[in-house]
Design a protein around this ligand. Structure first.
Ligand code: TYM
Length: 321
């Protein structure tokens, strides 16, 4: 069984990425798994090339710092040729309507003066990421479910139209922490691209900064520590984070806490503890560029080999090449 997933270096990795996805990749992985830095996905809106390169490096170090084996990681653009070929074939398997109704596309394109074509077709590149190495499971947070669903559709369609070539993948989301919210605005999810960073806990934030962000987390005026996501989204979010860090359900986590102040302090302590080693290992790796380059080069070769056969078969079945 192969699991595959990725994180886009469009900003620094945050607690939502970690609890909803990265931490599970490290914990539940098998030797066949592949986790990568999806740097090509970081080009769908206006970006700075130097920053993208440096964030890609940071994300690669973060994956390994989060205890994912260095033998399982790679950087997406190191296999651009394979992915671009497969993306074209899949674009010709996909309809305009299917990509235009993606929630993330609608959200990110709403109100924009110009929209890059890549923003529209990005879920097809993501389908290529998943289908090329034949992933069975794709562990992601809730916001990526629709994209994985598209990859399933395209795999099935290609298989029935041109011949069996793809494994039909399945999205898997965590029970807790599938959608961590912004601490300062619990109505929206915690996101890398949020301009106001007060509610976004980055994995490389120092402990003081983490504590400050939790202290200022928005709650409500009800003064009840209970897990009720609809009525108390801010409090429920803190309980989810606490539950995820202490391996218990948010409801159980709520039982031993009485005040909001105590809740915030307890969550902050748990997060600081959870991230202590991640931060240290990531920083150590960033300070060792030669080691990071070595890991990247080996990962690129491994990823290329994994995709070779399937790309050949798909190209043949599609009547080209
Ligand atoms: P990205 O970089 O936005 O997010 C990486 C992972 O973190 C999850 N996530 C969250 N989980 C819980 N709460 C949140 N607030 C939160 N924010 C993000 C995401 O669901 C994701 O699992 N397109 C993808 C990367 C990608 C990919 C792929 C994933 C590219 N190719 C192939 C799987 C398979 C993305 O931008 O994720």
């Amino acid at each position: 069984m192969t699991r595959l997933s990725a994180a886009t270096p469009s900003g620094h990795a945050h607690l939502g990425n970690y609890l909803g996805a990265i931490r599970r990749w490290a914990r539940e992985g098998t030797d066949e798994d592949l986790y990568f830095v999806s740097d090509m996905h970081g080009m769908t809106t206006s970006y700075n090339p130097q920053r993208l390169r440096s964030l890609s490096r940071e994300m690669l170090a973060t994956l390994i710092g989060s205890s994912i084996s260095p033998d399982r990681v790679f950087v997406q653009s190191d296999i651009t040729a394979q992915l671009a070929s497969l993306t074209w074939i899949l674009e010709c398997t996909c309809t305009f309507g299917e990509v235009a109704r993606m929630i993330q596309f609608k959200e990110k394109s709403a109100g924009a003066k110009t929209v890059r074509l890549g923003l529209l077709t990005y879920p097809v590149l993501m389908a290529a990421d998943i289908l090329l190495p034949g992933a069975d499971e794709v562990p992601v947070g809730e916001d990526q479910m629709q994209h994985v669903e598209l990859a399933r559709t395209l795999a099935r369609r290609f298989n029935t139209t041109y011949g069996e070539a793809f494994v039909v993948p399945k999205a898997v989301t965590p029970k807790v922490a599938a959608r961590i919210r912004d601490l300062a605005n619990p109505d929206r999810k915690m996101a890398k691209s949020t301009r106001d960073e007060a509610g976004v806990v980055f994995l490389l934030d120092d402990p003081d900064m983490i504590r400050r962000k939790f202290q200022r987390a928005v709650t409500d005026g009800l003064d009840q520590v209970e897990y009720r996501p609809d009525e108390q989204p801010g409090v429920a979010n803190l309980l989810e984070i606490l539950g995820a860090c202490t391996d218990q359900s948010p409801r159980v986590a709520a039982e031993s806490i009485t005040t909001y102040r105590e809740l915030k302090e307890t969550v902050a302590d748990a997060v600081v503890e959870e991230l202590r080693e991640v931060r240290k290992r990531t920083q150590d790796l960033l300070a060792d560029p030669a080691e990071l380059d070595r890991i990247r080069a080996t990962g690129a070769e491994r990823a290329r080999q994994r995709g070779e056969h399937r790309l050949e078969a798909v190209t043949r079945l599609a009547g080209i090449g």
